[in-house]
Design a protein. Structure first.
Length: 222
């Protein structure tokens, strides 16, 4: 496949590129700062927050003949308006071109385990007060996806903790509820999240909202 990655130099985007090229896919790396040169990767400077960004995103995807686009963008401090805007921009372009969109979103949009009526974003057991704006931005991003007419998108929520680590190639897959271990921990390495991203692109599942986490001894892994 040809896979476009928006947010290519970020923690998740960079690892998605590594995983994609290792599997033999061609990658279009879209980022404000050009990604490093690498066999199979075409760096494309793109500021998704600049005037004219919608046209630039569309043109980059159209020129590359991309089969799918991965949106892995985050802002620090959080900018919910930018996050929802760029998500709409990517969905608009993908709808015109008829390509699949995988959004790497936030854990806040998941249901809290044990409390199906409560989102993780509103659960202080997982999201302290100072991080609520970040979690709320992820919820808003998912709402943009759900409201968009493009029929081919999936929103991947990471677990509560996502950090650089080791690629094991194994993970648990869930849908719209946060996955936790028996000790209550909910985490995965960014490397294994990238594995899940590529697995979903290569073999799409039926669900629009999915999540993954590190496997435990008593749960099957992919």
């Amino acid at each position: 496949m040809t896979i476009a990655v928006l947010g290519a130099t970020g923690m998740v985007g960079g690892r998605v590129i590594t995983e994609a090229t290792a599997r033999g896919h061609r990658v279009l790396a879209l980022s404000r700062k050009p990604a490093a040169e690498h066999p199979g990767v075409t760096p494309v400077p793109l500021d998704a927050d600049a005037p004219g960004a919608p046209d630039a995103v569309y043109e980059a995807l159209a020129r590359s003949d991309a089969d799918a686009v991965v949106l892995a963008v985050r802002t620090y401090p959080v900018d919910a308006d930018f996050l929802t805007s760029v998500t709409g921009t990517v969905l608009d372009a993908a709808a015109r071109l008829g390509i699949r969109v995988l959004v790497v979103g936030g854990a806040g949009a998941l249901r809290s385990p044990g409390s199906p009526g409560l989102l993780v974003a509103d659960d202080p057991a997982f999201v302290p007060r100072e991080l609520r704006p970040v979690a709320a931005a992820g919820v808003a991003q998912l709402q943009v996806c759900r409201a968009h007419p493009h029929p081919d998108w999936v929103y991947l929520s990471p677990p509560a903790q996502l950090e650089p680590g080791t690629r094991t190639g194994r993970y648990r897959r869930g849908t719209d509820t946060l996955l936790t271990a028996p000790d209550g921990r909910s985490w995965i390495s960014a490397e294994d999240l990238a594995v899940a991203v590529l697995d979903e692109l290569e073999t799409p599942g039926p669900d629009r909202h999915i999540t993954v986490a590190r496997p435990t001894e008593d749960t099957p892994a992919r």
